[in-house]
Structure formats: structure tokens, C-alpha cells
Write a new protein. Structure first.
Length: 98
């Protein structure tokens, strides 16, 4: 199997020779909430811990730095009418993954 690099990385799409070849395990947690402020307004939030995967290695290749940073988010949903809801959220990465 030849190593085919696509752009800046290895193509792991479903039809690639590398599908299922790179495996790594890590543990992360995601906590979230929703709270109904009144009949039409709901607020929600989340916090996700960092996921630090080890380098993924295989036959002649290595994928380094495949970490996920910690993230926090906040969102609102406004039920304007029975058939119309408007929602918005913002997420921010928190610090580094190292």
C-alpha cells in the first residue's frame, strides 16, 4: 500500500486505503445544561474537556498532534411563534491541548 498524502494530511475517507488503519484512544467529558427562562426563551451551555490522543502510527506513516482542545459554549433559543424558533450559540476553545 502506497502512502498517499492529500494536501497536508492523509486521506482517511471511507473509500481510502487508510480507512480504519489509524486508531487511537483518549478520554474526554462533555457536560451541558438547558434552562427554560420563560415560555419562549431557553438558554443552554456546555463544557467539553480536552481530548489528548496519542500519535497515530501505522505502516510507514504517523499522524501527530490530533488533539481536541477544551471548549465552552453558550446558546439561546427564542420561540417566536408556534412555527418559528430562532436560535444562536457561541463556542470558544479554552486554552491549549498540551
Amino acid at each position: 500500500m502506497d502512502l498517499v498524502v492529500s494536501g497536508y494530511g492523509i486521506d482517511f475517507k471511507d473509500d481510502s486505503d487508510f480507512t480504519g488503519k489509524a486508531k487511537g484512544y483518549s478520554l474526554a467529558a462533555k457536560l451541558g445544561f438547558t434552562y427554560r427562562l420563560d415560555e419562549s426563551l431557553t438558554v443552554g451551555g456546555l463544557y467539553q474537556t480536552a481530548g489528548n490522543l496519542p500519535d497515530l502510527e501505522g505502516a510507514g506513516y504517523k499522524v501527530a498532534g490530533f488533539d481536541m482542545p477544551a471548549m465552552a459554549g453558550l446558546g439561546f433559543a427564542w420561540q417566536a411563534s408556534e412555527r418559528l424558533m430562532a436560535a444562536a450559540d457561541v463556542k470558544r476553545c479554552c486554552g491549549t491541548t498540551a
